[in-house]
Design a protein around this ligand. Structure first.
Ligand code: NAG
Ligand code: NAG
Length: 185
């Protein structure tokens, strides 16, 4: 019992140290980041999300940079109720590649960091709330729905290094007609 408690505490301490050092992509360029992305990888281990793990599909998003450096994000998510369009507004933080947004679902401000992207193929994004491990997410975005194995491996390695259990690291299948064909996307 005691050993378990100690190791849990040590893991927590490590997780918090890692979280304090989420570094954005060097020389992040929001204009190059604009446009269409698919969320092809998703790591999330909130207990409430566990029953949905095998239901999620690849979502599509469009990033629109605003003149002040903030971004709008429109997402099409294939949910059990159908294809849902969601709008998000991310405010730029003082460091390029970092944004904040207010989560109406969790009623708190969250930080979003683009940790690694080469703009033309993939982006690794961490959503985090320091000291609140439960809501942390790692996402892999791709310009196409299929990414090369080494990029997917990079996403898995990043998620594992941030303490996500293997079963919470997902690469969902493509969505069926979401966004609906003929919607101009
Ligand atoms: C960004 O989103 C806001 C709020 O939804 C909207 O009013 C605005 O027109 C959008 N701007 C662009 C450039 O899409
Ligand atoms: C982006 O990364 C992929 C995979 O690592 C690579 O094939 C591609 O050439 C890169 N593109 C740029 C512009 O660096």
């Amino acid at each position: 019992m005691r050993t378990t408690a100690v190791s849990v505490a040590m893991v927590m301490a490590c997780v918090m140290m890692v979280q304090a050092s989420v570094k954005p992509q060097k020389d992040f360029n929001v204009q190059k980041f604009a446009g269409k992305w698919y969320r092809v990888g998703f790591a999330y281990d909130s207990p409430g999300f566990v029953p949905l793990r095998d239901k999620i599909k690849i979502s599509m998003g469009v990033i629109t940079p605003l003149p002040n450096g903030n971004v709008n994000l429109t997402m099409w998510e294939a949910l059990p109720v159908g294809c849902v369009t969601q709008f998000y507004k991310y405010d730029k933080a003082s460091v390029p590649g970092q944004f904040t947004y207010f989560s109406t679902r969790h009623n708190m401000v969250k930080d979003i960091t683009v940790v690694d992207t080469n703009y033309s193929e993939y982006a690794l994004v961490i959503k985090h709330k320091v000291f609140n491990r439960e809501y942390t997410q790692v996402a892999l975005y791709g310009r196409s729905q299929r990414l090369r194995t080494d990029v997917v491996q990079k996403f898995k390695a990043l998620s594992l290094s941030r303490g996500f259990p293997r079963e919470s690291i997902l690469t969902p299948p493509p969505a069926d007609n979401c966004p609906p064909s003929g919607s101009g996307r």
